[in-house]
Structure formats: structure tokens, C-alpha cells
Write a protein that binds this ligand. Structure first.
Ligand code: PLP
Length: 385
């Protein structure tokens, strides 16, 4: 049996997206920037896709910039704003639980001489607003706080963060790569200046992302080239990816409400199932204001990597932290930031489900996990004490 429980790493393509992409590849071979009618047909398709993406977050079409990934959107917003507002200062604040796309961008900027602060979070992963307030200074250009965390699922109170930052004249970027398509997003209501998303987390293609940039705020490009996307993100349009993205958005937004109810109840079933079957565990995901599909759990006296490999042999795919962190034996910076002790953080699993997950998948996982844990614990001198 093959069970996929790693939807936060990426999602499989929806069949309807594949069809839309195949059709786009055949129908629009021309360069959308070409002035001839074949080019313009492709251009019209891209502008329709842009409108669909804009509508999905209550933005205007000219506030949407196509990029090559969520990572690129994050980089464009942060580097771009720091470049555009150089006269104001060089201070950036990000949270301690950001995805590497933001976290490592901030660390690199610090190495390049920028003034960077990392704001802490509480035990549920929520940004400590008073700490954020105390970090903001006259030179702060931008604050980047993720909408929902990819490892534990915590959703931030972005409206309060935006309110605070705007009252001090500071811009706000949010990495919404994990929340997009899982919870409703309205940029006008949230008030953010920049918001990043990515197609491959919502059953769309890999290699296409989007940055929302509020009209009236500025960025400078990080890639230089032609005039695409008003010169802010040059490079020939990947027509099929853009159309695949918009198809995925249409489908996901339509199905989101119903799907969330199903996912939430499966996560409850999963959480209770783990609690009832395995001792010495710690649930790291909060119960409220959390993504409907994510459950992070630490299992004491076992190594996350060993768990992952043993489960993999049973056909079960999941992560120990963020997929990008796998391959490293460092415990997750997110779990450490919420106060999970290092030795416990080492034995953590991130289970993330999606629209193709069935109850049978969860039952199979709940049957196999205790056996694997028991076998590994038998080898642990600490457990046997
Ligand atoms: N931000 C978050 C919260 C993510 O979960 C991911 C992907 O794991 C990214 C950014 C990066 O997106 P992409 O894979 O499109 O570069």
C-alpha cells in the first residue's frame, strides 16, 4: 500500500490541471510578449489567469506578479522592498519560524550587512506582538511574517501585525504559500502589502509562483532583463504553468470549504488515534487557528529520521520537518522556537494530508506507526531505563 502524507511538501497535480496545461501547450506556442496575433492570444490567456488569481485573494489584476516559485516571490518582496526603500533604512524583521525561503533570505541579508532581527513566537507558534513592537525602529523597512506555518500549521493573527506595523510606517510581507487554498485570503481585509503563493501546494504545477504587491507600494527587481511584469520580474512567460496555476486556483477555491471540513475531521481522528496508541508523545500543532490538514507530533525516545525511513519501507511518505530541512540532522528551527526541547524535537513527524487522502490511508498509518515506534524504542537505551 502507498500512502502519501506529505501534502505540505507538495501536492500531486489535479487531472483537470494537467488537461488545462496540455491544452495550453498546444494552443499557445507563441511568446506572449510578441506583438503578432499568435503572441497576443497567449497574452490574453495569461491576463485571464492573472484575473483569476487576483480574484482569489480580492486583489486587482495589476497587483499580481508571476514568479518562478514561492521562494522567488519571498525573495522579490524582501530584497525588492529593501532596495526600493533604501533611503528609509536597512532594517528587516522576520519571525523565528519562517520557512527557509524567508528565514535564509534574512540570514543572507544579515551577512551582506543589513540590520536583521528575528522576532520570537509563543509555544503555539504565534508571533509575540509586544516583542515585535519593541523591535520596530525608524529604519525598519519591512516585516515578513508567514501567514501559516508549514511544519506545525499555526495561522498568525496577521491583521494585528499589519495594524501595528502600519501604525509605525512599516511594510508587511506575508508568505502565504501554505495558507493559500487552505484558508480564505482577502488581502484588503488583511491589509498586507505583499503576499507570496505557489502553485504546487494547491495541486498545480511546480515552478510557478505569484507575488501580490499592493498598488502604491514599491519594489525594485532582483533579476534584470526585459519588460515582463513591468520590469519587476523579467523572463519569458511560462504560459502553460500560468494557466495550470489559474486552473488549480479555480478548482481549489471552489472545493475549499467542503474539503476543509473533511480534512479537519480526519486530522482530529488522526490526532486521537496517535494519542490512544502511543505513549510519551507531544502534539506540536495548536488545536485552534491552525491549518486544517497539518499535524506535527514529537515521539519521545525515537529519531525522526529513523521513523521516516521505517515508515517509508511500509509505503508511507511523510516529513520530519519541512522537506527542505530533510537531509540535515539539525532539529527543526520551528520546533526549537516554540520551546520543544532538542532531544524531543529530534523525534518529530509532520503529517500533512490533502484531497486524495482517504480514511483507509489514516487507518493504515495508525496501524503501522505504533509497531515502528515500538521497534525503535526497544533499541533506545534511554527508553529502556
Ligand atoms: N514558503 C512556505 C511556507 C513553504 O511551505 C514553501 C514550500 O515548502 C515555500 C515557501 C517555497 O515555495 P516553492 O517551493 O514554490 O519555492
Amino acid at each position: 500500500m502507498k500512502v502519501y502524507l506529505d501534502y505540505n511538501a507538495t501536492t500531486p497535480l489535479d487531472e483537470r490541471v494537467i488537461e488545462a496545461m496540455k491544452d495550453a501547450m498546444q494552443r499557445y506556442p507563441a511568446n506572449p510578449s510578441s506583438l503578432h496575433s499568435q503572441g497576443q492570444e497567449a497574452r490574453i490567456a495569461i491576463e485571464n489567469a492573472r484575473r483569476i488569481l487576483a480574484d482569489s485573494i480580492n486583489a486587482e489584476p495589476d497587483e499580481i506578479i508571476f514568479t518562478g516559485s514561492g521562494t522567488e516571490s519571498d525573495n522579490l518582496a524582501i530584497h525588492g522592498a529593501l532596495r526600493a526603500y533604501k533611503k528609509k533604512g536597512n532594517h528587516l524583521i522576520v519571525s523565528k519560524i519562517e520557512h527557509p525561503a524567508v528565514y535564509n533570505t534574512a540570514k543572507a541579508l544579515k551577512d551582506y550587512g543589513f540590520d536583521v532581527d528575528f522576532v520570537g513566537v509563543d509555544s503555539e507558534g504565534r508571533v509575540i506582538i509586544d516583542e515585535l513592537k519593541s523591535l520596530i525602529k525608524d529604519t525598519t523597512v519591512i516585516v515578513s511574517i508567514m501567514h501559516a506555518n508549514n511544519e506545525i500549521g499555526t495561522i498568525q493573527d496577521l491583521k494585528s501585525i499589519v495594524e501595528l506595523c502600519h501604525s509605525k510606517g512599516v511594510l508587511v510581507h506575508t508568505d502565504a504559500v501554505q495558507s493559500y487554498g487552505k484558508i480564505k485570503i482577502d488581502v484588503k481585509d488583511l491589509g498586507v502589502d505583499f503576499l507570496s503563493t505557489s502553485a504546487h501546494k494547491i495541486y498545480g504545477p511546480k515552478g510557478i509562483g505569484m507575488l501580490y504587491k499592493k498598488n502604491g507600494v514599491a519594489i525594485l527587481p532582483v533579476i534584470h532583463g526585459g519588460h515582463h511584469e513591468k520590469g519587476l520580474r523579467p523572463g519569458t512567460y511560462a504560459t502553460h504553468n500560468i494557466i495550470g496555476f489559474s486552473e488549480a486556483v479555480k478548482i481549489t477555491m471552489n472545493e475549499m470549504e467542503e474539503e476543509n471540513k473533511r480534512l479537519s475531521s480526519m486530522i482530529t481522528y488522526l490526532r486521537e488515534g496517535i494519542k490512544n496508541r502511543i505513549s510519551h508523545i507531544k502534539i506540536n500543532s495548536p488545536q485552534k487557528n491552525v491549518l486544517p490538514n497539518t499535524l506535527n507530533v514529537s515521539i519521545e525516545f525515537v529519531e525522526g529520521e529513523s521513523l521516516l525511513l521505517e515508515l517509508d519501507m511500509k509505503g508511507i511518505a511523510l516529513s520530519t520537518g519541512s522537506a527542505c530541512a530533510s537531509g540535515s540532522l539539525e532539529p527543526s528551527h520551528v520546533l526549537l522556537a516554540i520551546g520543544v526541547p532538542v532531544e524531543i524535537a529530534h523525534g518529530s513527524l509532520r503529517i500533512s494530508i490533502g484531497k486524495y487522502t482517504r480514511k483507509e490511508d489514516i487507518d493504515y498509518f495508525l496501524e503501522e506507526l505504533p509497531k515502528v515506534v515500538e521497534r525503535l524504542r526497544k533499541m533506545s537505551p534511554l527508553y529502556n531505563q
